[in-house]
Design a protein around this ligand. Structure first.
Ligand code: B16
Ligand code: MG
Length: 223
């Protein structure tokens, strides 16, 4: 068993794909005559594609057949993928590589824990795939955050006990999931929103090596 492992959410932690999700949902919402704002999009963060569409249809009071729902899910994803296709390393959020490089140099195993079914192509596009020992995403997980399934599988794949795992998350539901899993949660974003996170940082520029060293020592039982 490894002593310590780090798990990263994708959207809002490593890259800001929320803006592309918004554009794709907005296009579909416009077609369906549903008003959809950036504020509405906040509710979609960390939520599975299927559940996002359910919420959108509830907003528009629309009932639809399963066949129609599948067609809309496909359409939204095709539109989203057209944005993903244009992504490159410039879209990595500030100082994420600094933290990934540091943990890799310390030989700390790392996992991705995301609700997205497009996690692998996104990591390939921004050239970060090789940092991760395991990817746990919407293709393997059936229970959405705040259910801890995604992080528990990630910890298991890393060979690290939940209490020795650290999770970086930008969504409220993701912080809850990490806490329920018994892991150390680190909120990336507004501390007033991510109130249940054990630690909070606005972004990775605020995270220094002293903090990471102290956390690793603590989880290793050295501090
Ligand atoms: P896809 P995360 C989540 O990513 C997004 O925050 C959420 O808005 C999206 O609906 C979900 O992935 C599913 O994405 O349509 O690509 O399968 O924050 O869990 O990394
Ligand atoms: Mg996220």
């Amino acid at each position: 068993m490894n002593k310590t492992g780090f798990i990263f959410d994708l959207d809002g932690v490593i890259v800001d794909t929320a803006k592309y999700h918004y554009l794709a949902w907005k296009k579909l919402a416009d077609e369906l005559g549903i008003e959809f704002t950036e504020e509405d999009n906040e509710r979609f963060k960390g939520v599975s594609r299927k559940r996002c569409l359910e919420i959108l249809l509830e907003m528009g009071n629309i009932d639809a057949s399963q066949q129609q729902i599948d067609a809309w899910l496909f359409e939204k994803n095709e539109d989203y993928l057209s944005y993903i296709d244009r992504m490159d390393e410039s879209e990595i959020l500030p100082d994420v590589p600094k933290v990934l490089d540091y943990l890799q140099a310390r030989k700390i195993p790392m996992a991705l824990g995301s609700a997205s079914k497009n996690a692998k192509p996104i990591l390939q596009k921004v050239n970060l795939l090789s940092y991760f020992n395991t990817l746990v995403d919407g293709n393997q997980v059936t229970k959405a955050k705040p259910n801890p399934e995604v992080f528990l599988i990630a910890g298991k794949n890393l060979g690290v006990q939940p209490e020795n795992c650290v999770v970086f998350e930008d969504a409220l539901a993701g912080i809850e999931a990490a806490n329920i899993a018994g892991m150390t949660s680190i909120g990336i974003g507004d501390p007033k929103v991510l109130v249940h996170a054990k630690y909070n940082f606005t972004d990775f520029t605020e995270i220094d090596f002293t903090f990471l060293d102290a956390l690793i020592d603590k989880l290793n039982g050295k501090a």
